[in-house]
Design a protein around this ligand. Sequence first.
Ligand SMILES: [Mg+2]
Length: 249
Amino acid sequence: MVRLGMGHHRVRGARVSDLEDVRPLLANADTVLLDFDGPVCSVFSGITDFDVASQLRQVLRDHGVAMPVAIERHNDPLEVLRFAAASERQVLVEVEERFVNAEVAAVKVAEPAPYAHDFIRAVWRAGKALAVVSNNSEPAIRAYLKIHGVDEYVGRVVGRAYADPARMKPHPHSVLRALSELDTVPHAAVLVGDSVTDVQVSVAVGVPCIGFANKPGKEQRLADAGAAAVATGADGMGLLVAALGTETA
Ligand SMILES: [Mg+2]
């Protein structure tokens, strides 16, 4: 739930952030770096992540690549892609291509995060630059933003490096590229993400991070990783919208 002006809470030991925590982080930033899967939408809510992972495994099988049990059973296609990096270049490229196609299909039926599109528009209204920085592919992110009519508010889209999974977050490549393309510096930005890897890359690069704990139990992990604040609950992006709406100049 969104908690406004209710003071500080603790959930299983983690302090839940409120408007007063989030507002200065956004007010001090001229640039918002926004993770995609989680804070914007649940990419694999219509087409499941396991289904996509299975499609990627089929590419590997077609090339006679043996997989460990952990990869055979993994739900996360990003982990299958990481595994594919040990294969020949052409195999990795085919896995990447299949993944991009599957993601583009998935975002067409992906469920938006509550208040995510409001947040994108609010960032634009506040006069800040916005880049989506994601381990998902740029074509899929662009397709989603266009379908939902918010593409015009997003200045940059930095998806995962093509057929180069080692440079996915928490590798700093995508965050550094977004900062460079927007001609800004780490301390003038803020990153919003729902994964520990988002917090890790933020800490490594020096960008303050607002965690989005969209599922129970995430707030502690994000706080422990070094998030400056954590918006909690499935509709936690609403807290960020509220914070932008009440920013003082
Ligand atoms: Mg995410």
